[in-house]
Design a protein around this ligand. Structure first.
Ligand SMILES: [Zn+2]
Ligand SMILES: [Zn+2]
Length: 133
């Protein structure tokens, strides 16, 4: 039985899906985000499977570097005012279609990510329902 939870996420600003069918990890669509460093711009594709840290980058980024992340649809910044508890870099926030929020760290090499459910009882049951977890 497949127990991996795959998340479908969307932009908190324009509500557009961030899922990219053409780039896949383990046969699941990836999450596509535009990124910007001090000297370059590119695209980041992340595995949508919770707990998996698979990712692909169109540009070279050194471990430890912090990147700005933007929605490919509306180009607004996904970074929020809160910082990572592990490394103090800004966190990036995305909305889970089934309910809730996922936050990831904007520093490459830091794999801190967490899921926040706004209303645990109802959001969790939706989550279980949708993903058969
Ligand atoms: Zn957007
Ligand atoms: Zn971090």
């Amino acid at each position: 039985m497949d127990k991996e939870v795959s998340l479908k996420v969307k932009c908190p600003h324009c509500d557009k899906s961030l899922m990219e069918e053409e780039v896949q990890f383990k046969n699941k669509p990836s999450v596509k985000i535009n990124i910007e460093t001090e000297h370059d711009r590119g695209v980041l594709w992340m595995s949508c499977i919770y707990g998996s840290c698979d990712k692909k980058l169109s540009i070279e980024i050194e471990d430890g570097e912090v990147v700005d992340m933007f929605c490919p649809g509306c180009n607004k910044e996904l970074t929020i005012a809160e910082t990572c508890q592990e490394c103090n870099a800004p966190l990036v926030s995305m909305v889970i279609k089934a309910g809730g929020i996922v936050r990831i760290c904007s520093r490459k090499g830091c794999n801190n990510h967490l899921i926040i459910f706004r209303d645990v009882s109802s959001e969790m049951s939706k989550f279980y329902y949708e993903y058969g977890f």
